[in-house]
Design a protein around this ligand. Structure first.
Ligand SMILES: *Cc1c(COP(=O)(O)O)cnc(C)c1O
Length: 383
């Protein structure tokens, strides 16, 4: 999000320089037109044609049968776990290196998160460390496609077997592919987020996708206060208000009309960064495994000792030049609500300390990417 656009020090700068945000919404199509239709017709709440049209377009793009628009990516995860009937006494395996929402949702249903370490190059859940996490209580695995790179789904499924469902948290990987198939279509249930910094956005918003009709029915029931589809104001279960509004659906539909453009643009940005940063000592570039199409939601580098300046110092120096960056997530097992397990996750701990997300807005120009890459080189040489 372009939350940090204030000038660092405009007076001493002498001239106003525009800050480069890590990300920002790109409302490049019919967003305003569709939203104004909502306003002029009065269909601004959680009924209206745009929600269904957005769901339909999303399903066409992902080749997923049931696509259920919800209020955000966190409620999408909550609904996925509820639909799978995960509850107290159950364990859910989740990477410690993820955005906190993937883990919080497990707590919402009263289950216990069991952390797993990640791969050093993709930053995703490490399939070879999964086996040790399985127990008779394992009810599901959440595979998070981090920063745009898909998880190695076959390797994960090989360990979990057919009985343990996999939830894909695809919030950061819109349009990414695993062996030619879109993420979000690879497992029992998948979830997406359309927060303002995600590849496509509806401001706040989310989607749950599944090809299982029973699960889809449960999710639709639960997201709408538990009201029966057949009998109005009859509530067979305790539900939630996790609905998306028609205004969000309108923005989402317009964003979907540019879906391929967003994917292509993200990849183009990554290609430029790659060529400009490929020979900078101490900068480790993101990978794209042979099974993967990476959409580089955030172009993510590691800053190692060879760079000569610490990751945190680099953040400060870039900030002073008007370039906003973002440190990697803290591993969740080090956050107060989840600490104290006594376990170590060395890969997650290392990449968390070394990792940096560079500006990845689809509004970035080639000139700005050159400026950012140049600034990174400069920061290295200033001791
Ligand atoms: C953004 C994100 C979410 C949560 O989405 P919200 O829409 O912000 O609730 C969940 N998981 C991951 C990996 C995310 O990046």
């Amino acid at each position: 999000m372009s939350v940090n656009r204030a000038q660092a020090n405009p007076k001493s700068e002498g001239q106003l320089r525009e800050r480069i945000p890590v990300s920002e919404p790109n409302l490049r199509g019919r967003e305003a037109q569709y939203v104004s239709q909502c306003l002029s017709t009065g269909w601004i709440s959680s009924q209206g044609a745009f929600i269904e049209k957005f769901e339909h377009a999303f399903g066409e793009f992902h080749q997923t049968q049931h696509n259920i628009a919800v209020s955000n990516g966190t409620t999408a995860l909550h609904l996925a776990l509820l639909a799978l009937e995960v509850g107290p006494g159950d364990e859910v395996i989740v990477p410690t290196f993820t955005y906190i929402a993937s883990v919080n949702a497990i707590r919402y249903v009263g289950a216990t998160p069991v952390f797993v370490d990640c791969e050093p190059d993709t930053f995703n859940l490490a399939p070879d460390k999964l086996k040790a996490c399985l127990s008779s209580k394992t009810k599901a695995v959440i595979a998070v496609h981090l920063y745009g790179h898909p998880c190695d789904m076959d390797a994960i499924a090989k360990v979990t077997g057919p009985k343990i469902p996999i939830i894909e948290d695809a919030a950061e990987a819109f349009g990414s592919e695993y062996r030619g198939r879109k993420v979000g279509s690879l497992s029992t249930i998948s979830t997406f987020s359309f927060f303002g910094n995600k590849t496509i956005t509806t401001g706040e918003g989310g989607m749950v996708c599944t090809s299982d009709e029973n699960l889809a029915k449960k999710i639709r029931l639960l997201k709408g206060q538990g009201m029966s589809a057949e009998r109005r104001y009859f509530f067979p279960v305790v539900g939630y208000n996790y609905r998306m509004t028609n205004v969000q659906g309108a923005i989402g539909l317009a964003q979907m009309e540019s879906a391929q453009w967003f994917v292509d643009k993200k990849r183009e940005i990554a290609k430029q960064y790659h060529s400009l940063l490929s020979n900078v000592p101490g900068v480790v570039l993101p990978v794209e495994k042979d099974y993967a199409l990476n959409t580089y939601w955030m172009y993510s580098i590691l800053v190692t000792d060879a760079f000569g300046v610490s990751r945190d110092e680099l953040i400060k120096r870039l900030d002073a030049r008007g370039i906003e960056t973002r440190p990697f997530f803290y591993p969740t097992h080090t956050m107060p609500p989840y600490s104290g397990t006594g376990k170590n996750f060395p890969v997650a701990e290392r990449i968390s300390a070394q990792g940096l997300n560079l500006p990845s807005s689809t509004k970035l120009t080639a000139a700005k990417i050159e400026l950012i890459a140049g600034a990174i080189r400069d920061c290295r040489s200033i001791k």
